[in-house]
Design a protein. Structure first.
Length: 81
């Protein structure tokens, strides 16, 4: 799996990606990958939180599906073509 594919997988699964997570996967140029994804139609917003930098998905070329877990105040977001 390429670094780009790994980043897309993380964004599709969690709806965000952090700089520290990327570094733990030996991805050192996350911002370059984010720029490429933006050029391909992804809408990502970056922000600092708790000593880390996060990119959150605001829109993508994939269909967004939100699953709500009963009994929990949590949503699971998935993206499919």
């Amino acid at each position: 799996m390429t670094q780009k594919e790994l980043v897309i997988s993380k964004l599709k699964t969690d709806g965000f990606i952090s700089r520290n997570w990327a570094l733990s996967q030996y991805i050192t140029r996350l911002s370059a990958l984010i720029l490429t994804l933006k050029q391909e139609g992804w809408e990502l917003e970056g922000e600092n939180e708790k000593r880390d930098f996060y990119y959150k998905v605001k829109g993508s070329p994939f269909k967004k599906i939100i699953y709500k877990v009963e009994g929990l105040d949590k949503e699971i977001i998935k993206y499919e073509k």
